[in-house]
Design a protein around this ligand. Structure first.
Ligand code: THG
Length: 262
């Protein structure tokens, strides 16, 4: 599982304040803490309250790069904000994200190629959030076709079925899990799959339990990557154990420690 830490997001009070005050130390602490907990990459999102995302994004990227070479996942719905982040990125990046809208695809796929970046494609378009599995598959197919037309390697594409909170879209969650499987068989070579895990539990009272139960199930449907809170140790333990049970790691009595040491 490719683990992307979700905590550098202006939606969190500490990061929102750090961005405003240009407090490098807090951002760097948050980056290193997530990596120590097992993050392979870090999501970078200025948050909805940012008044100047065009300068906040490159500031965040430069600040994080002072302490780590891990890939950064530039998270914005504004193409310009992503581009400002790409301009100052030293290492391999992940663009988060394009939708299935042609205009966005025609802008972001060439940008991903130009910067040798990976790309997350979300199964959503201006018509809104898909209501079922078929609509998700159709949107995924639109994204794959655009990547093929632009000559973008499908192995560098991460498809996101868009996870909705279980308290508002309970009837859709099984479709979302099945989409994770279906996305992997719609083209050869296969795209990868990704989810924003914490979406599932927003507004609920037992967030950690819902997150880890859903992640365990998503792993069984073949999920390749997740944006999540790596500081949630029970979540990380459930993830490592799910992969063990699916024979992705060799069993030993100390498998949790062994995984963390590698
Ligand atoms: N897909 C992709 N990218 C994404 C998402 C996705 N990026 C953003 C988001 N979804 C993933 N990241 C988060 C980060 C935080 C939360 C949820 C998803 C979260 N935050 C608390 C809340 O809203 O309750 C904030 C708590 C606080 O303020 O302290 O849940 O789906 N590609």
């Amino acid at each position: 599982m490719f683990i992307i830490g979700e905590l550098i997001n202006g939606m969190y009070a500490n990061i929102g304040a750090a961005i405003k005050e240009h407090n490098k130390k807090e951002v760097q602490r948050c980056a290193l803490e997530q990596i120590a907990c097992g993050a392979d990459a870090l999501d970078v999102n200025c948050g909805p309250a940012s008044k100047q995302p065009l300068t906040d994004m490159p500031w965040l990227v430069k600040t994080i790069q002072e302490v780590t070479d891990k890939p950064l996942c530039l998270d914005s719905s504004n193409n310009k904000v992503i581009e400002e982040g790409l301009k100052v990125s030293k290492n391999k990046t992940i663009i988060n994200s394009t939708t299935a809208d042609q205009e966005k695809l025609d802008l972001l796929i060439p940008l991903a190629k130009q910067y040798n970046s990976k790309l997350i494609g979300i199964a959503i378009n201006t018509k809104g959030i898909p209501q079922n599995k078929d609509q998700r598959l159709e949107l995924a197919a639109t994204i794959i076709t655009a990547c093929q037309q632009h000559g973008f390697a499908i192995e560098d594409l991460y498809l996101d079925p868009i996870v909705l909170p279980v308290n508002v879209a309970q009837a859709q969650i099984k479709d979302i899990l099945e989409s994770i499987h279906e996305f992997q068989i719609i083209s050869e070579p296969s795209p990868k799959t990704i989810i924003g895990l914490s979406n599932i539990s927003q507004g609920t009272h037992v967030r950690s339990l819902i997150n880890r139960t859903f992640l365990t199930m998503a792993v069984a449907y073949g999920l390749n990557s997740a944006i999540l809170d790596p500081k949630d140790k029970e979540l990380m333990d459930a993830l490592i154990t799910s992969e063990l049970i699916l024979n992705k790691n060799i069993y030993c009595n100390s498998f949790l420690d062994a995984y963390r040491r590698k």
